[in-house]
Ligand binder design. Structure first.
Ligand code: FES
Length: 169
């Protein structure tokens, strides 16, 4: 059974606060800051470097680019491809749209929490899965539905989860 990635988060936090990481971010800023859309470009590249955008990275970008931190948070929350939390190797999305909710989406979430200690916004201790809730994946007739990466799994029962998750290495 996987547990929430306290250790993974600690090591990720340590690696993102390393001076080498900040040197690399400074280099990104130096070569990007005079280009159009510089703030989005810098945020994208910093996320590519670190994997997500922790507060320390956003503060450094804010300070070095002289952009208010609130403006950066505004950009990050507007564009769905930015993330303020670490992501797993696979992003597991559980649909909680009306049809999936009625047909057992909540039981899937319960099983992920109980058996994998995985909650929305969380990540497994091995870094394999992070969990998101979504509103509709467009195949309501086959609910409940989960998506892992580009794969959509239909008519999922909690008892299917072990086999489904074990097929992602
Ligand atoms: S509500 Fe889940 S796919 Fe539409």
């Amino acid at each position: 059974m996987a547990k929430v990635a306290t250790e993974t988060k600690k090591s990720a936090a340590n690696s993102v606060t390393s001076s080498k990481t900040f040197e690399k971010i400074q280099a990104i800023i130096d070569r990007t800051s005079n280009k159009a859309g510089a703030s989005i470009r810098v945020l994208q590249q910093a996320q590519g470097l670190v994997g997500y955008l922790p507060p320390g990275v956003l503060k450094a970008i804010s300070r070095d680019m002289k952009i208010p931190l609130s403006e950066l948070y505004g950009i990050v929350s507007f564009y769905s491809f930015f993330s303020l939390v670490p992501k797993g190797k696979y992003v597991l999305q559980v649909c909680m749209g009306t049809s999936c909710y009625v047909k057992g989406g909540e039981k899937i979430l319960d099983t992920l929490r109980k058996d994998y200690n995985l909650v929305p916004g969380g990540i497994t201790s091995d870094g394999r899965f992070s969990l998101e809730m979504v509103r509709c994946l467009g195949c309501c007739g086959l609910s409940p539905v989960i998506a892992i990466g580009k794969d959509v799994h239909r008519k999922v029962k909690p008892s299917h989860l072990k086999d489904i998750l074990s097929s992602y290495r």
